[in-house]
Write a protein that binds this ligand. Structure first.
Ligand code: HEC
Ligand code: HEC
Ligand code: HEC
Ligand code: HEC
Length: 126
């Protein structure tokens, strides 16, 4: 009986650890594509913290934004939400559809700064 209790406890601790580490951005290396029904590509590479450091982005709301009446709020950010919480696949609701939201955000900045990948295979690595 005791052994069973310990095994159960160890499993619970393991699950909790797995969940909390999956929720933190510091070990994120790709953008999860689970929100897409039938992904056509490999998930895009994106080493969250290293990318933002190399790119010199200090403001989380550069990507995790909050809008009100079509205006981006200065002191608000939405890193506790997924892009897909607001951007739907179909583009229903406010803002661009999910795929466009990602491509405009990522490629838009790379194009504007003339730095960072633009070609499909540089992000969706085979
Ligand atoms: C700067 C990086 C980047 C580039 C360049 C890029 N994508 Fe993406 N793409 C993403 C991200 C981020 C997503 C969101 C989900 C993910 O990680 O795949 C995405 C999602 C997608 C999706 C929806 C999910 C799926 O796999 O079906 C498709 C299709 C796609 N991209 C195709 C393309 C094509 C075609 C090109 C070139 C014309 C391209 N992408 C270039 C970053 C990029
Ligand atoms: C809390 C809801 C919310 C979340 C979370 C969110 N967005 Fe948005 N986003 C919006 C709304 C609303 C608009 C439309 C703004 C307007 O009225 O033009 C928008 C607009 C955009 C646009 C077009 C305008 C622009 O900034 O270039 C892009 C691209 C975009 N979002 C990408 C993303 C990405 C990528 C993520 C995740 C990292 C994300 N969004 C998370 C609500 C959200
Ligand atoms: C260059 C764009 C960008 C910037 C800047 C950025 N993030 Fe993110 N972050 C993302 C994307 C894309 C995701 C994945 C969102 C999704 O899957 O819907 C993400 C996910 C996250 C997550 C969830 C991690 C997970 O595994 O689900 C957290 C927490 C987070 N970011 C925090 C932050 C904080 C804090 C900052 C500012 C210090 C920040 N981010 C700046 C793009 C960015
Ligand atoms: C606000 C600007 C900005 C946004 C938004 C942005 N990037 Fe970048 N990205 C950069 C810059 C600048 C570089 C070049 C950094 C350097 O000089 O090493 C870069 C480099 C990269 C690289 C190559 C270097 C590396 O870190 O592996 C990848 C891959 C990349 N970005 C993916 C993405 C994806 C995916 C997104 C969207 C989720 C995104 N970026 C959003 C500015 C941005």
């Amino acid at each position: 009986m005791k052994t069973v209790t310990w095994i159960t406890l160890a499993m619970i601790v393991g699950i909790v650890l797995a969940i909390t580490s999956a929720w933190s951005q510091d070990d994120m290396t790709i953008v999860d594509n689970a929100a897409f029904d039938n992904p056509q590509r490999t998930p895009s590479v994106f080493v969250h913290d290293a990318h933002n450091e190399a790119a010199g982005i200090d403001d989380c709301a550069e990507c995790h934004h909050v809008y009100e009446d079509g205006k981006r709020l200065e002191d608000e950010s939405s890193e506790d939400q997924s892009c897909s919480d607001c951007h739907e696949l179909t583009g229903a609701g406010e803002g661009p559809p999910l795929i466009k939201a990602f491509h405009t955000n990522c490629k838009g900045c790379h194009q504007a700064q003339k730095k960072g990948p633009i070609m499909c295979g540089e992000c969706h690595i085979k």
